[in-house]
Write a protein that binds this ligand. Sequence first.
Ligand SMILES: NC(=O)c1ccc[n+]([C@@H]2O[C@H](COP(=O)([O-])OP(=O)(O)OC[C@H]3O[C@@H](n4cnc5c(N)ncnc54)[C@H](OP(=O)(O)O)[C@@H]3O)[C@@H](O)[C@H]2O)c1
Length: 214
Amino acid sequence: MRIGILGSGLMGAKLGTIWARAGHEVVFSYARSEQKLKKLARDARGNARAGTPGEAAREAAALLLAVHWSRIDDVLKQAGDVSGKVIVSCSLPMNADDTDLVIAHTSSGAEALAKRFPKARVVSAFNTVPSEVLFGVFEARRKASRPSLMYCGDDARSKKIAAELIRDVGFDPVDAGPLRIARYTEPFALLVAQLAYEGDEGPELAYRFERFGK
Ligand SMILES: NC(=O)c1ccc[n+]([C@@H]2O[C@H](COP(=O)([O-])OP(=O)(O)OC[C@H]3O[C@@H](n4cnc5c(N)ncnc54)[C@H](OP(=O)(O)O)[C@@H]3O)[C@@H](O)[C@H]2O)c1
């Protein structure tokens, strides 16, 4: 499928590269240097190119939103009309110095995003794992036991697309329900970040849910 990457930093660059290698058509956009976007597209060694956010959004089956919370309005303005677009967002509503959530408990970044762009189809995904683990998960995708990855959203068709993209990275998609569940998954993402970055075993960390009932 055609995927537009809005924000080609730690998350966007890696996920875009993985999807290009998994056979998707990827347009990398929104970095401070066009050279960086072009290099990413070259290094992805798949069907990838650099473009503007508008080009990334055009005819995309899915958009990955991977920018700092403070850049959301800017990148989506540059993307143009996102009515009907599937926006898979890994963005967390963090404050300027990335120490805390600015929306939590009674709402979430994903819900605020959907409210701001009501005609877009927002799915919250990929925000509960550190970028450092993504290539490792992709490399291990043929192993029997995959790590989980939670996602949530209100639109069934968009969630199906998100689940496919999650599977393509090498995770086992876990449907956490409607978009309002992002108010629980986003704080969980900070717990994962704590374990990833504050421990001494490195940030290459993923998680797995196991069910023991019938
Ligand atoms: N990193 C993680 O492990 C992780 C995990 C879970 C969730 N998240 C969330 O995912 C989102 C993306 O995180 P990230 O770590 O990938 O962020 P990041 O590395 O800072 O990437 C953000 C991208 O936006 C671009 N950008 C910033 N300001 C810009 C401007 N003025 N004009 C054009 N481009 C601009 C950056 O450009 P440059 O490439 O030039 O810097 C970069 O490509 C955040 O909301 C974060 O909270 C991150």
